[in-house]
Write a protein that binds this ligand. Structure first.
Ligand code: NAG
Ligand code: NAG
Ligand code: NAG
Ligand code: NAG
Ligand code: NAG
Ligand code: NAG
Ligand code: NAG
Length: 266
């Protein structure tokens, strides 16, 4: 067709390279983004082509206009709309696959001017789900000084992009060891699931939260028992039991019989 012939000619122009510094834009997964083709000229524009640049492949025509009339490319009709007045294009329902490099090609009415090409780089982001924080603590005796706790803390979040890492707050880094570190990109959406488990030894309560990307978990308190253990265990067995049940529900799993035994030993 005439269009594809023209696009091929434009590809030649790209090879000649008239491009300035690339412009970066960011879109949120599933939302819309507007590509604004930079133009500081006041010359009448006959045509505007917006193309996707794919490494080692022919550029893919997305949308554009000729003499003010929109000419959407195959597969992009439903998702894009050009504005011939301000040389912009809106793209809806952005997916991770849209990330990459695009070019705008201006063809002027006055053929004395060469076509002008500029590059726009699209980055896609998606917020992670609120991370789930899961403690799994057990009591362990440490020397004569008494008991401490050893905790496995897991933090996981889904649906984010790009890949991110887990950050912990409220922990002493020198008592922290990464035990398990896992991340996986979803096949279709290309979004990430992140899961990390750390080992943490503590002998006093700590308020802990984790974050993945910009999403922050709620705060949990770990190692609560050691504070009250001796006192409550000996002096107020009922309170101990009640606290213990609450604590068991909220935070950790320890065999109740073990605790009873410990209580008697103390
Ligand atoms: C666009 O981002 C790249 C890195 O991704 C950076 O090198 C470049 O300076 C940015 N360009 C502008 C105009 O901000
Ligand atoms: C306009 O664009 C040309 C190249 O396209 C550039 O050399 C010039 O500096 C630009 N002028 C302004 C005011 O940005
Ligand atoms: C948005 O794109 C996804 C695939 O990337 C598709 O499954 C979904 O149906 C689209 N949503 C709309 C409203 O078009
Ligand atoms: C966990 O895995 C991610 C992704 O592979 C990596 O970037 C990060 O450095 C790892 N963290 C640790 C502490 O190993
Ligand atoms: C994801 O893709 C890989 C390779 O394309 C395939 O081996 C795997 O079975 C896929 N996983 C799922 C859950 O579809
Ligand atoms: C994260 O890893 C922990 C430890 O292996 C596991 O128990 C948990 O189910 C994992 N969570 C997710 C969401 O994969
Ligand atoms: C943890 O948070 C609770 C409630 O916000 C607070 O009372 C307690 O002092 C905090 N503990 C530590 C060790 O920061």
């Amino acid at each position: 067709s005439k269009l594809s012939a023209f696009v091929s000619v434009m590809l030649l122009c790209v090879c000649l390279g008239v491009s300035d510094a690339a412009m970066n834009i960011t879109a949120v997964l599933g939302h819309s983004v507007t590509f604004r083709c930079p133009s500081n000229h006041s010359r009448p524009v006959e045509r505007l082509y917006i193309q996707r640049v794919i490494k080692d492949k022919e550029d893919m025509y997305i949308n554009g206009f000729t003499n003010g009339r929109e000419m959407p490319g195959k597969g992009y009709q439903s998702r894009t709309k050009v504005n011939a007045m301000d040389y912009s294009m809106e793209m809806r329902n952005i997916s991770v696959g849209d990330e990459g490099s695009y070019i705008c090609v201006f063809v002027f009415v006055d053929k004395a001017y060469k076509p002008e090409i500029s590059e726009i780089i699209l980055k896609v982001t998606a917020e992670y789900s609120v991370p789930t924080i899961t403690p799994d603590c057990s009591e362990h005796r440490r020397g004569v000084s008494g008991t401490g706790m050893s905790c496995h803390l897991s933090c996981s979040a889904v649906g984010g992009y790009p890949q991110s890492t887990v950050r912990w707050a409220g922990l002493n880094p020198s008592l922290t060891n990464v035990f398990y570190n896992w991340s996986l990109a979803h096949n279709d959406s290309k979004t990430w699931t992140i899961n990390q488990t750390i080992m943490y030894n503590c002998d006093q309560p700590a308020n802990v939260s984790c974050a993945v990307g910009g999403a922050v978990s709620h705060t949990i308190t770990i190692c609560k028992l050691t504070y009250t253990f001796v006192y409550v265990c000996l002096l107020q067995p009922q309170l101990f039991l009640r606290n213990y049940i609450v604590w068991w529900k909220n935070t950790v799993f320890i065999n109740i019989i073990t605790l009873y035994l410990l209580c008697f030993i103390l």
